[in-house]
Design a binder for this molecule. Structure first.
Ligand code: TYD
Length: 141
């Protein structure tokens, strides 16, 4: 059975450069493949801190590192993929069912997350053992 990890995508957003600086933009259903219901952002991350450590049942999201850099670790419980994010016009599309965590934030990093769903704690799987059971049920080998 295909893994949700196979559907992780790197997205390139438009970048309009001129002598005053760069401008990028994201339109729903054009530059991200869903209607945008929520945006959140992570910033002022202390050195050594990690974020994430969960999977979603339905929410799709795109992570964009607007400034600084961080390492995005993605797994389906079997394979792992690590993506370094450090460009404001590049995003990573994370489908539901992928366990993600973020590490190695550089000082001043701002991470923007564009989501397909409103915040709903019931959509989260935050326990890794529970996640492995969920994957065994929904995505057997
Ligand atoms: P959490 O999901 O633990 O952050 P991360 O996984 O990115 O490290 O969220 C931290 C807290 O913020 C938690 O109490 C839930 C709350 N929260 C909202 O209220 N709305 C949101 O859109 C998000 C992403 C989190």
């Amino acid at each position: 059975m295909p893994s949700p990890l196979d559907n992780v995508r790197i997205l390139e957003f438009p970048k309009v450069s001129d002598p005053r600086g760069n401008l990028s933009f994201i339109e729903e259903a054009v530059h991200v493949p869903f209607a945008i219901k929520r945006v959140f952002y992570i910033y002022d991350v202390p050195g050594g801190a990690s974020r994430g450590g969960h999977a979603h049942r339905h929410n799709r999201q795109v992570l964009i590192c607007l400034s600084g850099s961080m390492d995005l670790h993605l797994t389906d419980g079997r394979q792992e993929r690590v993506i370094t994010l450090n460009r404001a016009n590049t995003g990573v599309l994370i489908p539901p069912g992928v366990w993600d965590s973020m590490h190695n934030f550089s000082s001043g990093t701002t991470l923007l997350v564009v989501c397909s769903e409103y915040y709903d704690e019931a959509d989260y799987i935050r326990d890794y053992s529970e996640y492995l059971e969920y994957m065994a049920r929904t995505c057997p080998t």
